[in-house]
Design a protein around this ligand. Structure first.
Ligand code: SF4
Length: 124
C-alpha cells in the first residue's frame, strides 16, 4: 500500500475490516485536491461501514468493485490510486467475506490489527 509499501498480513485478518480501516486512513490523509479520493474513498468507506453492520445489500458489491477501480484509475496521486486498487481487489476476491458480514458473521478470527495505527503514524 502507498507508492512503494508492501503489506503482509496473517491469514486470519478480516479483509473487510482491513479495507475499512485503510479507507479511514486514506480519508484522514487525503489532501482533498481531487474528487475520486476526497469523495470517492469516503463513499467506499461508507459502504464498508454498512457491510460491517450487516446493513449493506449484496447487489452493491459489483458497483463497489467498479467504483474502486475507477478511483484507482482517476485519483491524482498514489494515495487515492492505491486505495482504489486495494479496495477493488477486496471487492473482487473477498465476496465470501463480504457476504458473511451481511449475515453477521466474519470468516476471519481477528479484526484488522489496531497496532497498525502506531506503524503508520496515525497521529503523525
Ligand atoms: S489522490 Fe492525492 S491529490 Fe487526490 S485528494 Fe487524494 S491525496 Fe490529494
Amino acid at each position: 500500500m502507498g507508492s512503494v509499501g508492501r503489506l503482509v498480513l496473517e491469514e486470519n485478518v478480516c479483509m473487510v475490516e482491513m479495507a475499512r480501516y485503510f479507507l479511514e486512513l486514506v480519508q484522514r490523509d487525503s489532501c482533498a485536491e481531487c474528487i475520486p479520493c476526497r469523495i470517492g474513498t469516503r463513499r467506499l468507506l461508507e459502504v464498508f461501514e454498512r457491510v460491517l453492520k450487516g446493513e449493506a445489500d449484496e447487489g452493491e458489491f459489483a458497483s463497489l468493485a467498479e467504483a474502486a477501480t475507477a478511483i484507482g484509475l482517476a485519483a491524482k496521486c498514489d494515495l487515492g490510486r492505491i486505495a482504489g486498487r486495494a479496495v477493488a481487489e477486496v471487492a473482487r476476491h473477498g465476496q465470501d467475506e463480504l457476504k458473511a458480514h451481511l449475515e453477521g458473521k466474519c470468516l476471519a478470527t481477528v479484526e484488522a490489527n489496531r497496532g497498525w495505527e502506531s506503524v503508520v503514524g496515525r497521529d503523525a
